[in-house]
Design a protein around this ligand. Structure first.
Ligand SMILES: [Zn+2]
Length: 326
């Protein structure tokens, strides 16, 4: 191609890129077909273990769910994080599979069909990652909200037939005690009863086969230490795991937002059963994890929900997600 032809070609190409056809008429704008996202699993080697983050789904939370934060401040934080407020605050539901070499341990299980069509992909993603549900030997539940417990079953059938389910004793006591509802404000009671029904359905196939155990402070489940972190729910726990000198903590729902609750950790969320205690718990563990540098796995931080907590002043925090590694 000589110089003249090259420049003519370049000009025509530029025009067509600008949406002008070579005949001088505007070209029809073409929208690309929206492709399906890649499978929602992420492999993370930890010590001599293999952690697989499993995405259950994503959805949007209304800003109003975050409590006791001046709207102007909430808007500033959301703007800083480029969060599209028209849709709401995007939130992920993640579960984590730990391959110890001898067994698979699942931490939380997603929502199955309990929370609508955006969720329920943990099982599909576990299979996509190359595992079979029958290989899961234990499931540790941080608490009994539907987005953590429902994924263990589907329509009364256990999704993980060989797994023992572990739930903290205070968490079982709270949800299974018919008197708990009386401690709640009137406007919370219908939702409580609804959640109890979902929990009972989810755990039934395991209970009937004696595959449900409770734990308490000080107990150890396989190599996991249990970490009491009540507030979001009365029997909420995290799980800590060590391998080759490193520690990873599966923190559960001590945080729901990588933006508002990191910049301003004293912000409660509407799902907290005891908001004040939930805030105290977050402040306590954020300070500890920022200081000691544990690797964090969180169900509601952006997928894969694995990273570290950073702070320069122990007042506001920053979520440092892991970097994609192939
Ligand atoms: Zn949750």
């Amino acid at each position: 191609m000589n110089i003249l032809k090259t420049s003519l070609f370049t000009s025509l190409f530029s025009l067509s890129v600008l949406g002008v056809s070579i005949h001088g008429q505007a070209a029809e704008p073409v929208s690309p077909v929206q492709q399906k996202q890649v499978a929602g699993y992420y492999q993370y080697p930890f010590g001599n273990l293999q952690i697989t983050a499993l995405l259950d789904g994503t959805n949007y939370l209304p800003k109003a769910l975050f409590k006791d934060i001046p709207p102007v401040q909430a808007d500033q934080i959301l703007k800083k994080y480029y969060i599209d407020q028209a849709k709401g605050i995007q939130t992920s539901v993640n579960a984590f599979l730990v391959n110890t070499g001898s067994t698979l341990v699942l931490v939380d299980s997603g929502a199955s069909s309990c929370n609508g069509p955006n969720f329920g992909s943990v099982l599909t993603n576990l299979k996509a990652a190359g595992y079979r549900p029958e290989q899961v030997g234990a499931i540790l539940l941080t608490h009994l909200h539907a987005d953590h417990v429902c994924g263990i079953s589907n329509n009364g059938v256990a999704n993980f037939p060989n797994a023992t389910i572990y739930i903290s004793q205070p968490e079982m006591d709270f949800w299974m005690n018919p008197k708990s509802v009386e401690s709640l404000p009137q406007q919370r009671r219908a939702s409580f009863t609804n959640t109890v029904d979902k929990i009972k359905n989810a755990i039934a196939p395991y209970q009937s086969k004696n595959q449900l155990k409770t734990f308490k402070v000080g107990d150890k489940i396989q190599n996991f230490n249990v970490v009491s972190s009540a507030g979001h729910t009365p029997g909420h726990f995290g799980f800590s795991l060590k391998s080759q000198g490193q520690e990873m903590v599966f923190i559960g729902d001590i945080v729901h937002s990588h933006s508002i609750q990191f910049d301003r950790p004293q912000t409660a969320v509407d799902f907290d059963i005891d908001p004040k205690k939930a805030v105290d718990t977050r402040l306590k563990y954020f300070a500890e994890y920022a200081k000691q540098g544990q690797t964090i796995a969180a169900p509601h931080l952006p997928f894969p929900g694995i990273g570290h907590i950073y702070s320069t002043d122990s007042k506001s925090y920053q979520w440092i997600p892991v970097h994609f590694k192939d």
